[in-house]
Ligand binder design. Structure first.
Ligand SMILES: *Cc1c(COP(=O)(O)O)cnc(C)c1O
Length: 403
């Protein structure tokens, strides 16, 4: 940040973040303009949230129309946008029932509580163990940091919720050893987002499904980051042909308006009763109206085929940059959630590359110290992608000293 901005920020904000040194002021599509009037190509997407870019006309219209209609009721009353959203999400997925919240962490919190309660009701309190994956991320509430596989996120907050074990990603034998009759749920991200954009193998997720069936446990699939069209399908598990018991979604579901959803079968959901879980804002009409507009867009085949086309374009461009500069050798992920793994020599320098990219007019994310993460809008144009690649090439050259 400029020293003025930094001073102002540090004097009033809790020190949980270390924001990058520009102050974005306005944005359209995938171009963000900072307060000094400088344009940036947005390959960060607000951490894979602005899936339709900034100020998408259909989303703006939905929000404005709803703003003039009714804002908030709480769940003391039903509301039409929430009912429509639940009808559509249950139509589009395996799920029969929806629970709405305001964030990804809350969507997972509801999923974990539902799984615990389901095991209590069907088997008794001894069946309460949750199996999570090392390196995974499920949010920052107490239950979700304990379930996530990033020990630093839970450090200093103990005693943590008990009954949670962790197992390494893509290790089927270790998963078999971790799941038992005491397990109430396995929770996994099909692509570990924060954990380095690391895809789980289809065989691994299928093994998790089989183990859950064998031990009468629930499979919770967290598609908060990789879902809502980002992989080129509405959800990754649908592409893989694997059906969870509980699905969580958030981030791009609201395109930037906060919303989370926990989706489950009727049989699982039925262990919730009035009063067993809740949220004041969850299912808020403004959020649901925007999410309905998001679903209109992300279910369009042209949008999903754009994800595939831009994926190919970015992979080709990134391969050229990697070959030319030696900054990275591996690009992984799916659709428009990409992880660029820095070469051994540059391991630990993701933040430096992120700063260099910003200097070159491209906003990118990191996923740990060795991985750059791209989560651009799904409607990114060919020209915007090209502009971003040119900026990334410049920043790769500046970091590696290649000319
Ligand atoms: C971002 C994220 C969450 C948490 O969502 P918040 O809205 O930050 O609470 C949970 N799981 C995954 C996979 C995420 O990427």
């Amino acid at each position: 940040m400029s020293s003025d901005l930094e001073r102002r920020y540090r004097s009033v904000m809790m020190p949980t973040y270390d924001p990058l040194p520009i102050l974005p002021a306005s944005a359209r599509g995938s171009i963000v303009t900072d307060i000094e009037g400088r344009d940036h190509v947005d390959f960060a997407g607000g951490v894979a949230v602005t899936g339709l870019g900034h100020c998408h006309p259909a989303l703006v219209a939905a929000l404005k129309t709803q703003a003039d209609t009714i804002w908030h009721l709480s769940n003391t009353f039903a509301n039409e946008p929430a009912l429509v959203l639940a009808e559509r999400l249950t139509e589009l997925t395996f799920a029969d029932r929806a629970f709405f919240s305001n964030s990804g962490a809350e969507a997972n919190e509801a999923a974990l509580k539902l799984a615990r309660r389901h095991a209590h009701v069907t088997h008794g309190p001894h069946k309460h163990e949750i199996v999570g994956i090392e390196g995974s991320f499920h949010g920052r509430t107490f239950f979700t940091v304990a379930t996530g596989g990033t020990p630093t996120h839970a450090a200093g907050y103990g005693p943590l919720p008990a009954g949670i074990v962790h197992t390494p990603p893509n290790d089927i034998e270790a998963l078999e050893a971790a799941v038992s009759d005491l397990t109430c749920a396995v929770i996994l991200e099909p692509i570990l987002g924060q954990g380095g954009v690391l895809p789980l193998d289809r065989a691994y997720i299928a093994a998790a499904r089989d183990l859950c069936d064998a031990h009468d446990a629930l499979l919770i699939v967290d598609e908060i980051q990789c879902g809502v069209g980002r992989s080129g399908a509405l959800f990754v598990h649908q592409q893989m042909g694997i059906t969870p018991d509980i699905l969580t979604t958030a981030k791009a579901l609201g395109g930037g308006f906060p919303i989370g959803a926990t989706l489950a079968t009727e049989a699982v959901s039925s262990v919730f009763t009035p009063g067993s879980h809740g949220s004041t804002f969850g299912g808020n009409p403004l959020a649901c109206a925007v999410a309905n507009a998001v679903l209109d867009e992300v279910t369009r085949p042209e949008l999903l085929s754009n994800v595939a086309a831009r994926h190919d374009q970015l992979i080709t461009g990134l391969d050229e940059i990697g070959t030319e500069t030696g900054l990275f050798t591996e690009v992984r992920g799916a659709g428009l959630l990409l992880g660029i793994v820095l070469a051994e020599e540059y391991a630990g320098r993701a933040r430096d590359v992120q700063l260099a990219a910003l200097e070159a007019g491209v906003m990118i994310l990191t996923a740990g110290p060795r991985v750059l993460r791209l989560g651009p809008a799904l409607n990114l144009t060919e020209a915007e992608a090209e502009m971003g690649l040119r900026g990334l090439a410049r920043s790769a050259r500046s970091v590696t000293g290649y000319h």
